[in-house]
Design a protein around this ligand. Structure first.
Ligand SMILES: [Zn+2]
Length: 173
């Protein structure tokens, strides 16, 4: 009798309801293959933990595949090429963070929709800056490591911030 073997371990997990595709405007994007209900888990990131200083010296490829999970600490999937690494920012997103490594639907998502979250909910490094071309009517035009301080964003993403940023927000009050 053969012993069933577990599948190959993966560094990250993504729902079978999502996949990625290469676009002209934004490189790889993640999109829904099937309806996803509000609150449903979309993906979980994995990787190694690096400090902010290490991140600043990392190749852009690796920096693009990282997310800040604590003060001065970032989860980085490095050279692994995974669906979970392809989630873009949007100023009007359909997904948000749950805890430190998971992304969930903030509302019901229809097949074909691109999966996005607002990097304001994860990036608290004052040196972080990117221009935004998300194309949403309420696009902020730029995304920075100080966006979490904006009261309207704190209100909008209540419950969807990275825990270390929620602690900063709570400490302001
Ligand atoms: Zn935008």
């Amino acid at each position: 009798m053969s012993v069933p073997r577990p599948g190959a371990a993966r560094i990250a997990w993504s729902s079978p309801k999502v996949d990625r595709r290469l676009t002209e405007h934004a490189g790889y994007t993640v999109y829904a293959l099937a309806p996803i209900a509000k609150g449903e888990l979309i993906l979980t990131w994995g990787g190694v933990i690096i400090t902010t200083e290490q991140l600043h010296h990392a190749p852009q490829y690796a920096a693009d595949r990282s997310i800040q999970v604590e003060e001065n600490l970032h989860l980085c999937s490095g050279l692994v090429d995974d669906v979970a690494d392809c989630v873009n920012h949007s100023c009007n997103p359909n997904a948000g963070l749950r805890g430190q490594i998971s992304l969930v639907a903030m509302r019901d998502i229809a097949p074909g929709e691109e999966i996005c979250f607002d990097y304001a909910t994860s990036d608290g490094d004052p040196d972080f800056y990117m221009k935004c071309f998300c194309g949403q009517p309420d696009c902020r035009g730029e995304v920075t490591g100080n966006d979490w301080k904006t009261p309207s964003l704190q209100e909008r993403y209540r419950g969807y911030f990275m825990p270390y940023l929620q602690r900063r927000i709570d400490a302001q009050k």
